[in-house]
Design a protein around this ligand. Structure first.
Ligand code: HEC
Length: 149
């Protein structure tokens, strides 16, 4: 027991010595002063909207995966959908309406499709999953935009 206690004290001494050597490291610290009524820092917004969109995407996952390399389910894989031609995945049997729509998915087109799929693409077989709330659509689209290489 006594030997162990001595060993412990020895180790403590070594650790303290090691710490002493790094005492001159700069302290990394940032103080942000905000007055009441100041807008929140702009950097926080994109992260939050993507996280909100990921949460809201739960209502899509019954039909869609959104992961690279995953097989499409009842709906096409949505990984990398932003910038992609509508109806362009080989592993999914799209409606002719969507495949021939000529749409390239950008934020504006996705917003219209999610608000009213059959309104934008009459004959589309996505008959559920419309999102009434504009903020929720924007968050989901931000999340989809975040999914690419
Ligand atoms: C009930 C199943 C279902 C749900 C729920 C659903 N979708 Fe779909 N989605 C589909 C199907 C089926 C298609 C293919 C439509 C076609 O071929 O006309 C599709 C197509 C799409 C496309 C076009 C993809 C491409 O490759 O052109 C997007 C974008 C899309 N869905 C987004 C969403 C989002 C975002 C949600 C959730 C808010 C959602 N969908 C919910 C079934 C669904």
């Amino acid at each position: 027991m006594r030997n162990q206690a001595l060993l412990g004290a020895g180790l403590l001494t070594i650790m303290l010595a090691a710490c002493g050597g790094s005492a001159e490291q700069p302290v990394v610290e940032q103080i942000v002063v905000r007055e009441p009524g100041d807008a929140a820092p702009a950097v926080a917004a994109p992260v939050d909207i993507v996280a909100a969109g990921e949460a809201a995407f739960a209502m899509c996952t019954g039909c869609h995966v959104a992961e690279a390399g995953e097989a499409s389910m009842a709906g096409p894989n949505l990984y990398g959908v932003v910038g992609r031609g509508a109806g362009s995945l080989d592993d999914f049997a799209y409606s002719e309406a969507l495949a021939n729509s000529g749409i390239t998915w950008d934020a504006a087109q996705l917003d219209r499709y999610l608000a009213d799929p059959t309104g934008l693409v009459p004959g589309t077989i996505m008959v559920a999953g419309a999102v009434d709330d504009a903020d929720r659509r924007a968050a989901i689209i931000a999340y989809l935009e975040s999914l690419s290489e």
